[in-house]
Write a protein that binds this ligand. Structure first.
Ligand code: ZN
Length: 183
């Protein structure tokens, strides 16, 4: 297993709408394994392929470390589509391994229904709520090139400007491997 460098704010791939997966070959299986290892090493609960520099509609989730979610098995989500969102919303604080040390309360639908494929490209439909709905929406956004900070107000974004510039220049500290700064 390999720990992959995590892409950071400013890396172009994080703004790309990722490509559909049409075949899960050995390389893809290896990628998924490495994504789990990379996520756990960085103490994340979700990680999208674009966060390790790969243009594919894949994300992995493991919320079993979250209190009350110990029973939830790790999931590999391929080619997801959110087909329903609840009208009810909630506000939960989010962070992102690609935007270290920045956290913000974001309002999102409390429940979503998701169609996705597993590693055998078998289709599943699941309805998720609470923390799981939150992680699913955050990671799903990554596959569309959207980051959680995009939901902040102009004023809030202004406040983060300096920190975001520092991330772009890698003037921050993280205890996991990250991509090199763009030149
Ligand atoms: Zn993220």
């Amino acid at each position: 297993m390999t720990l992959l460098p995590i892409t950071l704010f400013g890396d172009k791939i994080l703004r790309k709408k990722t490509s559909k997966v049409t075949e899960v070959d050995n390389k893809t299986i290896e990628l998924i394994r490495d994504m789990f290892a990379t996520m756990r090493n960085a103490k994340g609960i979700g990680l999208a392929a674009s966060q390790v520099g790969v243009d594919k509609q894949i994300f992995v989730i493991d919320v079993s470390g979250v209190e009350g979610y110990e029973e939830i098995k790790p999931m590999t989500i391929i080619n997801p589509k959110i087909i329903n969102k609840s009208e009810k919303t909630n506000k939960i604080e989010e962070g992102c391994l690609s935007i270290p040390d920045i956290r913000a309360e974001i309002e999102r639908p409390a429940e979503v229904t998701l169609i996705y494929q597993d590693v055998d490209l078998k289709e599943h439909t699941v309805k998720v709520s609470e923390v799981l709905a939150r992680v699913v929406q955050h990671e799903y956004d990554h596959l569309q090139g959207i980051l959680f900070i995009d939901y902040l107000s102009g004023e809030e974004k202004k406040e983060l400007k300096k920190d975001l510039e520092n991330i772009k220049k890698r003037k921050m500290e993280v205890d996991y491997p990250v991509s090199e700064a763009a030149h």
